[in-house]
Design a protein around this ligand. Structure first.
Ligand code: SF4
Length: 494
């Protein structure tokens, strides 16, 4: 399927104002053919070789939207970066194979997983060819909405535990988002959440999730905005409609805000007023599982995240089969590792924790699958400490980086193992104060400053990181690390 087929359903939609795209309606073609004057030139990736559908993959700009997509690449130091949305993190065996071949043929040879359970390709040499391959694999169902299909769902829903199976909601929400032309104007970082009741998506530790439906029973859910409970309760059957309505309201009232957590005052009140639009009861502060502590007079109040993140290795599903949970070092999987994932299961579920669930594995095959993943360098030990060390791309791919943070993190982990076993401490290494990829949960802040690192604010030479992290591990109360100053500042702006 060429992208011309993808575009067919959206013809007639006013594309003007869709942030970050340089579409010209006249360039859309019914049949394959180069649009007049369209060289397909891509400032970083070089000219796309097979740009048959009249779309010019463009680079995002700060004036519009900073989020890259599959069609709107980001010019990183290591080349064009393309982000592929995977609603619910779900990707089929055949799609994994396509992504692996794209990474090898058109990228840096690896897939890079994001905290929204999407994947990125770095160093993309031919953005047009990439888009065509993705579209043919069903990974680019909407050209206009490709950057706004950010749907994060409880990864194990329908497999283990949970109050409801949100997998059908993921598919329905994805379809509903793309069906609304107005939602093409959502910022690319706007984030939908579907939590099956276990509290692993969109809780108070993660105010990045803009709007979330979280099950509180088998047929009802709470509506959360930026991780806080609005008090609105929404029937399961209406969850998708309400999430889409709230997103549309955000488009109308956001002003220059990119996410709900940035809204203040009247704009925040306007969005809250749009929640449920009077259809659902608000303020029913029952002793629900997501309420805690004293009740605030504010409709917004914090909710609690349950400790439901699965350990790595074999997880027994409710039906007796096995979900194999494997971690990716720094959220990166080589093409060979991706192919191995595809060999083990018919589907993979990318989690927001830079790991992958491989569901429905026969119990008799699970041990062999885990051994193969281990041999391939993926993380499978139940509490592998390497899974709690995260890092931005660093100087390998970002001009802002003040250090090769991944190399320094790898060295520190290696030394930690030598001087006293596994690291056992959550830490995030960042090349600058933007702290890209920092997890929402507490972690030691390891920040490059050009002269070494600031570890939770204290200066530490790169060669002494292991010792300092070992102290963090040994010190009660600091193991989980502190929030960086920027995070606190952001909270204070509310
Ligand atoms: S944290 Fe800074 S150095 Fe690291 S990827 Fe982000 S902008 Fe680049």
């Amino acid at each position: 399927m060429l992208l011309s087929g993808v575009l067919a359903p959206v013809r007639g939609i006013a594309l003007a104002g869709v942030s970050g795209f340089r579409y010209d309606r006249s360039q859309l073609r019914d049949s394959p053919g180069i649009a007049p004057g369209s060289s397909g030139a891509n400032a970083v990736g070089g000219p796309p070789s097979n740009l048959q559908w009249g779309i010019v993959p463009s680079h995002r700009t700060r004036a519009t939207d900073a989020c890259p997509g599959a069609l709107t690449t980001h010019a990183a130091d290591d080349g064009a970066l393309a982000r592929v949305r995977l609603p619910g993190g779900r990707v089929s065996e055949s799609q994994l194979a396509v992504l692996a071949s794209c990474a090898e043929a058109l990228g840096d040879g690896a897939l890079h997983v994001t905290s929204r359970a999407n994947v990125q390709l770095r160093g993309v040499s031919d953005a047009g060819a990439l888009a065509e391959r993705l579209a043919a694999a069903g990974l680019l169902p909407s050209a206009t909405h490709e950057r706004v299909r950010n749907v994060v769902a409880s990864p194990a829903s329908g497999l283990v535990g949970g109050l409801v199976d949100v997998r059908p909601l993921v598919a329905a929400l994805d379809t509903a988002i793309s069906a609304q032309s107005a939602l093409a104007a959502l910022p690319g970082r706007f984030w939908f959440g579907l939590d099956d009741g276990r509290g692993d998506v969109g809780g108070p530790f993660d105010d990045r999730v803009d709007v979330c439906w979280r099950a509180v029973s088998g047929d009802t859910g709470a509506l959360l905005l930026a991780g806080e409970d609005t008090g609105v309760r929404v029937p399961l059957a209406e969850a998708v409609d309400v999430l889409v309505d709230v997103a549309a309201a955000f488009v109308r009232c956001r002003g220059d805000a990119w996410q709900v957590r940035e809204l203040t005052g009247a704009r925040r009140a306007e969005l809250l007023a749009a929640c449920g639009e009077g259809r659902f009861a608000r303020g029913e502060r029952s002793e629900s599982v997501i309420h805690r502590g004293e009740r605030s007079e504010s409709v917004f109040h914090r909710t609690e995240r349950s400790e439901s993140v699965f350990h790595l290795g074999a997880v027994t599903q409710d039906d007796g089969r096995i979900a194999v949970h494997t971690g990716l070092r720094f959220g990166t999987a080589t093409a060979a590792q991706v192919r191995l994932l595809a060999e083990i299961a018919g589907e993979a579920i990318i989690t927001p924790w830079r790991s992958v669930l491989l569901p429905d594995v026969d119990p008799d095959d699970a041990a062999d699958a885990i051994r193969r993943l281990d041999d391939a360098g993926l993380l499978v030990e139940p509490h592998d400490p390497a899974a709690s060390i995260t890092a931005c791309i660093g100087s390998h791919g970002c001009g802002k980086a003040l250090a090769d943070v991944r190399a320094d993190a790898t060295n520190a982990m290696s030394e930690l193992t030598t001087i006293g076993g596994a690291p056992g401490v959550a830490a995030h290494f960042a090349g600058c104060t933007r702290r890209c990829g920092r997890p929402p949960t507490p972690a030691v802040d390891v920040l490059a400053d050009g002269d070494g690192y600031l570890v939770d604010g204290d200066r530490v030479p790169a060669g002494e990181l292991a010792d300092v992290l070992a102290q963090k591990r040994a010190t009660s109360g600091t193991e989980r690390g502190a929030r960086p100053p920027a995070w606190e500042a952001r909270k204070g702006r509310r």
